[in-house]
Design a protein around this ligand. Structure first.
Ligand SMILES: Nc1ncnc2c1ncn2[C@@H]1O[C@H](COP(=O)(O)OP(=O)(O)OP(=O)(O)O)[C@@H](O)[C@H]1O
Ligand SMILES: O=C(O)[C@@H](O)C(=O)CO
Length: 426
C-alpha cells in the first residue's frame, strides 16, 4: 500500500506549514526538498510533502518541476494530490498557480479541482471569492507591496481567471452552509458546465471540514494548509489511515541561536522590531551587497562576535516598502532578491559550520535559498511554535547533533516570534 496524500508545495515554508498541519491532524508525514533522486524508506508514512521553489520562477519551470513531483508521488502510490500554495494566493498574472493547476489536472486526467487558500486560525478567510487577511482585503493587507508578487486584487475568481484559459467558478458560503452533500452536488453541477477551478469560500474551520468531506475523492485539491488540517479526518473515515500518529517530539537541541530574515512582510517587520529591542541584529542592504564582498563580511563578523557572546542574533534584509522599492529600482527586482538570498544562504552555511545549532529563517523564498545552500534533503516535523510554523530537525554530516530549523512564512507568527521560537525548543 502506498502513501495516502502526495503534496507539492510551491515554497519551503509553505511545505513545512502543510506538513505541520497534517502531523497535528494525525498523519505520519515526511517533507522532502525537491523531487528525491534516490529511493526513500516510506514505511509508516501517510503523506509526503515535496517542497519546491516554484512560486516565483518562470511558468515553464514551475510546471515541469510540479509534474516531476507528481510523477514521483504517483510512484509512491499517492491516492490524492495536494498542490499547496500560499494562503495569500501569491502569484502574478502569468502564474504560477493557474498554469501549475492546469498541468496537474491534465496529467491526472481530472476535470476539476478546488482552490482553498484559507487558513482561518491565521486570519486568512475567503468570502464571496474575496480573500481577507485578518479584517483587511488582500489588496489592503500589506501584500500589495510584496517584493516579488504584489497582490493588488482580492477577487480570486478574477485573479485566477487571468492565469488560466480554463473556467473558474465559486463555491460560496451559502452552499457550504448547506453541508458536504450540497457542496458536492454544486461541484458536480459546475463540472457539468465545464468549470475546472472552483474557488471555495471559507470563513471558519467548519467550512474546511465541509470542503474536505466534499473533495476527499477528487484526484487533485489545491490550497493553503488549512485544508490539510481537515483532510486527515476524512481519510480516517475512509479507513485509509491505520493509526493516529502523534506529532513528533524532537530530541533536545543545542548550539548557537541565529535568526536570518529576508522577509519584508508586515508581520516579519514587526517581529524584527520587537527582537531588536532586546537582542543584537545586523541589517543587510542589497545596494551595499551589490558593491562587493565587504558588507557581507561585516555581517559575518558581527554574527560571529555576538553568537560567541550567547546570542540569539538576527541578520536581516527585511525592510519597509520604500526601501525595498529603492533597492529594486536600482538593481532590478530579481537581482535585488537574489543578492539577499545568496548572502543569507552564505551566512547560514558558514555559521552552521561554525556552531549554530538552532536556526530560524523568515520568508518563503529566503527559506528556499537557505535550505538549498545548506544542502538539506529531508526535514522531520516537531513542535509547533505558532500556527503554521513548527520546529523541524535536520541531520548534519559527521557526528554533529542534528540542526533545529524553523522556516517561518512571511506573515506568520506572533509579534515575539523570534524570541518565542527559542523558548519553545526543548
Ligand atoms: N531590502 C530588500 N530589498 C529588496 N528585496 C529584498 C529585500 N529584503 C529581502 N528581499 C527579497 O524579497 C523576497 C522576500 O520573499 P520571501 O518569500 O523570502 O519573504 P515573504 O514573501 O515575506 O515570505 P512568504 O513567501 O513566506 O510569505 C526575497 O526574494 C528577498 O531576497
Ligand atoms: O500558506 C501560507 O501562508 C504559507 O504556508 C506560505 O506558503 C507562505 O510562504
Amino acid at each position: 500500500m502506498g502513501i495516502v496524500l502526495g503534496a507539492i508545495a510551491d515554497d519551503f515554508t509553505g511545505a513545512t506549514d502543510l506538513a505541520n498541519n497534517l502531523v497535528r491532524s494525525g498523519m505520519r508525514c515526511v517533507q522532502v526538498i525537491g523531487v528525491p533522486d534516490s529511493p526513500l524508506a516510506l514505511e509508516n508514512v501517510d503523506a509526503v510533502v515535496v517542497a519546491l521553489k516554484s512560486r516565483s520562477c518562470p511558468v515553464s519551470q514551475a510546471v515541469s518541476e510540479s509534474l516531476a513531483a507528481l510523477e514521483w508521488l504517483q510512484e509512491q502510490g499517492a491516492r490524492q494530490c495536494f498542490f499547496k500554495y500560499c494562503s495569500t494566493f501569491d502569484s502574478t498574472d502569468e502564474g504560477n498557480i493557474g498554469p501549475v493547476s492546469d498541468a496537474l489536472l491534465d496529467r491526472l486526467g481530472a476535470a476539476q479541482t478546488v482552490m482553498v487558500p484559507a487558513f482561518p486560525i491565521n486570519g486568512r478567510t475567503v468570502y464571496q471569492g474575496h480573500l481577507f487577511v485578518g479584517d483587511r482585503l488582500l489588496n489592503d493587507s500589506g501584500m500589495q507591496h510584496h517584493p516579488l508578487n504584489p497582490m493588488r486584487d482580492a477577487d480570486l475568481v478574477r485573479v485566477l481567471s487571468r492565469q488560466t484559459p480554463l473556467t473558474v467558478g465559486l463555491a460560496a458560503r451559502g452552499v457550504l452552509a448547506e453541508g458536504a452533500e450540497t457542496t458536492r452536488r454544486h461541484l458536480d453541477a459546475l463540472r457539468a458546465q465545464k468549470v475546472s477551478h472552483v474557488i471555495c469560500d471559507t470563513i471558519d474551520e467548519r467550512d474546511l471540514e465541509v470542503i474536505a468531506q466534499a473533495v476527499v475523492d477528487l484526484p487533485l485539491v489545491t490550497g493553503g494548509s488549512g485544508l490539510g488540517q481537515a483532510l486527515p479526518e476524512q481519510y480516517r473515515r475512509r479507513g485509509w489511515l491505520s493509526e493516529v500518529a502523534e506529532a513528533g517530539r524532537l530530541a533536545p537541541s543545542g548550539g548557537q541561536a541565529l535568526v536570518l530574515s529576508g522577509s519584508c512582510s508586515r508581520a516579519t517587520l514587526g517581529q524584527v522590531d520587537r527582537f531588536l529591542a532586546h537582542h543584537p541584529g545586523y541589517a543587510l542592504d542589497p545596494l551595499s551587497l551589490a558593491e562587493g564582498s565587504s558588507h557581507l563580511q561585516q555581517a559575518l563578523d558581527f554574527a560571529r562576535e555576538r553568537l560567541a557572546g550567547g546570542g540569539p542574533v538576527l541578520i536581516y534584509a527585511s525592510a519597509d516598502p520604500e526601501r525595498v522599492k529603492a533597492a529594486q529600482a536600482a538593481l532590478g527586482t530579481e537581482h535585488a532578491g537574489r543578492l539577499v538570498e545568496k548572502a543569507l544562504g552564505h551566512l547560514a552555511t558558514r555559521l552552521v559550520d561554525e556552531g549554530v545549532g538552532r536556526l530560524v529563517v523568515a520568508g518563503g523564498e529566503t527559506s528556499g535559498a537557505v535550505v538549498s545552500a545548506l544542502g538539506i534533503r529531508t526535514l522531520r516535523i516537531g513542535e509547533q511554535i505558532d500556527p503554521g510554523v513548527p520546529w523541524t530537525q535536520v541531520p548534519l554530516e559527521g557526528d554533529r547533533p542534528p540542526l533545529s530549523l524553523a522556516l517561518k512564512s512571511g506573515n506568520f507568527g506572533g509579534p515575539e516570534f523570534f524570541t518565542r521560537a527559542f523558548e519553545v525548543l526543548p
